[in-house]
Design a protein around this ligand. Sequence first.
Ligand code: FAD
Ligand code: NAI
Length: 466
Amino acid sequence: MSYDLIVIGTGPGGYVAAIRAAQLGLKTAVVEKRKTHGGTCLNVGCIPSKALLHASHMFEDARDHFEGLGIGVSAPKLDLKKMQAFKQEGVDGNTKGVEFLLKKNKIDAFIGTGRIAAVGQVEVTAEDGSNQLLQTKNILIATGSDVTRLPGIEIDEKAVVSSTGALELESVPKRLVVIGAGVIGLELGSVWRRLGAEVTVVEYLDRILPGMDGEIAKNFQRILSKQGFQFKLGAKVTGVQTTSKSATLTFEPAAGGAAETLEADVVLVAIGRVPYTEGLGLEHVGVQKDNRGRVLTDAHFATNVTGIYAIGDVIAGPMLAHKAEDEGVAVAEILAGKAGHVNYDVIPSVVYTFPEVASVGKTEEELKGAGIAYNAGKFPFTANGRAKVNRTTDGFVKILADAATDKVLGVHIIGPEAGNLIHEAAIAMEFGASSEDMARTCHAHPTLAEAVKEAALAVEKRAIHM
Ligand code: FAD
Ligand code: NAI
């Protein structure tokens, strides 16, 4: 059997690419080394983390907020085993869904580790050691990423965990120390804080969420602190000593100074992810990587070796599932002779805490850095009727528009439903809208989305409810 396309890795990038390729008539196969499809995202990333974020949010609401709404309940009891089963059911439902879609699209799925034996050849090694060699016109590397490790700190997935272990804890740690104030640290920190852990986040930089708009990050840190998060910023972790029951973390000011220690029941290492290409045989066929280990590609996802392409976390760009998916669609369309394209200027990102943080386009820091003059319009949820009545008023919407043309360049939101609201901005930006366009679009009342319209009005200092 010879294929038009073999995709290595069935994460959001790989399985979406395979489906789109099959839709376009390419004879397609996938190779996946996990027993289930869906990659990091469905198995140990987006989906299980969102299940625990949802369940823990419900738990906290029942404990702390129901009474204020006139709903009398006795103190909720945590059944963590059941909550973990709820999470796993969600994961299984999603991974089975991918398996169904692969079958539906007549894509051959091989479970085993894929290695590029030569141009046009993929060797699949199954768990029992058996091998088979598949022939193909094109190969797509979609092998994703892996946890970044801290030198000298061993992740045993018990006392010192990665995100994978932090999704599997069997009891709520009394003290959770998170290394890294990025997306994973704040999302999974939120889960365990809501369920009763004291959470301290140790971050090397002097701010949380590097890359996000600075004003948003500062306000978000204040909100998280109010919720009980403790932050040690500008702190360099130098070691973690573990006993059978707990861990002692040593850190010192990044700028230099006396060392301090923190006691923890569990330490979560969440300092980023690295592209994963182990055992793929890239060196053997001469596929080039950059200095951060990412597979080098051109604007059409082609590597330097003819017939070998790459997408998703394993190449440059934000490590996000929807970025990988869009690249998957684009590369399949390119291989089928169409004009596949990803607009990297409009890739939303969301932190699924409560409130959520969502962002699309340029931050104020980026605009300043690029010397682009802009106007900013801001509107707080305290002035939005729906947020007010729901008592979810933490946060605001910020719209950044070009000072000369009024074109929307960036939108940043902290607030309830921010992860959904941001798509209004993404669509507007995709169509090249001005803040005037957003401001003149009728928004239903009473909705949280009115805060987006008011922020657009605020660009020209004419918000109504402020
Ligand atoms: P992956 O999903 O990593 O898939 C790669 C697949 O390739 C894996 O299944 C792997 O087993 C397989 N593979 C690797 N090497 C081989 C080989 N040699 N042979 C065969 N198979 C191989 N992103 C979001 O957008 N939203 C979120 O809410 C979100 N939450 C996250 C939460 C956590 C805890 C983590 C860790 C990540 C989260 N992400 C989120 C990031 C998201 O998971 C990744 O951006 C996304 O999975 C990347 O997709 P991918 O297809 O490039 O790679
Ligand atoms: P991240 O890059 O978001 O954050 C890592 C943090 O660790 C940064 O603040 C960094 O400054 C800090 N750091 C790095 N080295 C450190 C050290 N030695 N000591 C202390 N702090 C240190 O990475 P994270 O949170 O691990 O997530 C990995 C990837 O997964 C992200 O790139 C993100 O795109 C993706 N992800 C996306 C989610 C979403 O879209 N909601 C959810 C979870 C993960």
